[in-house]
Design a protein. Structure first.
Length: 70
């Protein structure tokens, strides 16, 4: 069986998106077009942290087993 070429998880998605917010916010000083990427990354981070919150302490899966296998 072939190894997956791309793997991720809910925590990595949320934190990476938040890191991208910071990267693009720093770039806004020299390029105001970076606001677009700030908003996109912020939306992605918010969505990621909402997924983590919905999972909650019971650690319910937010993806089906079939989705994880794909």
């Amino acid at each position: 069986m072939a190894e997956p070429s791309f793997t991720t998880d809910e925590y990595a998605e949320a934190t990476t998106a938040l890191e991208e917010v910071v990267v693009h916010l720093r770039a806004v000083a020299s390029d105001t077009h970076q606001w677009k990427w700030v908003v996109i990354a912020l939306h992605s981070a918010l969505q990621g942290f909402l997924v983590l919150a919905l999972r909650g302490s019971a650690n319910f899966d937010v993806m089906t087993k079939k989705s994880l296998e794909a």
